[in-house]
Design a protein around this ligand. Structure first.
Ligand code: B16
Ligand code: MG
Length: 214
């Protein structure tokens, strides 16, 4: 039986994946780096600096550490502008219900987002009180696809990996869940998320009973 569900945020509970993409695209355009949704797929779930490095490598660019920090801040500024007016209406349909279903079943929930903006965002979305724990991505040594953030959640909940279910929209996130030894539910395109144990089109299709009785 499972005891906890570990949720990714961007692309799972709210559509910030698009806002992240738009901000990276703007930066890539300024730098003259070819960038489209397919290229962006590799950045999803990867932390800010890791994403920037992927983008720079894709364009064959190398920059000094100061410019690298400045580029990351520019991207984050555009991203913050884009999510500035986010509120509960920006949750994906079924997101709040999925979190409530976990709580109503007596299971625990964790937020395992790579985003340093996640705590502010869940406040704005009105779901902060529905998580038992929010793992600070800055507290783990390695970002997704490394398992660290999911393992930290299990440790904080005092659960073994096989009692945890992970929910992710990104290939790097699915890889992280599997590396942690957990069951992975993918949200989105089955072709993109072919490594997931189960793929559902959106969080509205999440039925806890499909996994809880397993
Ligand atoms: P920030 P998730 C990830 O969040 C996003 O998928 C990824 O695109 C983004 O680069 C990363 O957060 C870092 O975000 O710049 O806000 O710290 O999918 O793990 O919830
Ligand atoms: Mg995500």
């Amino acid at each position: 039986p499972i005891s906890a569900v570990l949720f990714d945020l961007d692309g799972v509970l709210t559509d910030t994946a698009h806002a992240h993409y738009a901000a990276w695209k703007r930066l890539a355009d300024e730098l003259g780096v070819p960038f489209d949704e397919a290229t962006n797929e590799a950045l999803k779930g990867v932390d800010r600096m890791g994403s920037l490095d992927l983008l720079l490598r894709h364009g064959g660019l190398s920059v000094d550490p100061e410019s690298r920090d400045a580029l990351a801040s520019r991207k984050n500024g555009w991203y913050l502008d884009a999510i500035q007016a986010y509120g509960p209406a920006d949750l994906f349909p079924g997101a709040r219900e999925a979190l409530c279903a976990v709580r109503d079943a007596g299971l625990r929930s964790a937020l395992c987002s790579a985003s340093r903006n996640a705590p502010a965002l869940i406040d704005r979305l009105g779901i902060a009180d529905l998580f038992d724990i929010v793992v600070d991505p800055a507290s783990v040594p390695h970002g997704k696809p490394a398992p660290d953030i999911f393992l930290a959640a299990a440790r904080q909940l005092d659960l073994s990996a096989d009692r945890c279910l992970g929910v992710e929209d990104a290939p790097a996130g699915v890889a992280a869940i599997h590396a942690a030894g957990m069951f992975a539910i993918g949200i989105g395109d089955p072709q993109v998320l072919s490594d997931a144990d189960r793929v559902i089109p959106s969080i509205a299709d999440f039925r806890l009973e499909d996994y809880h009785a397993r």
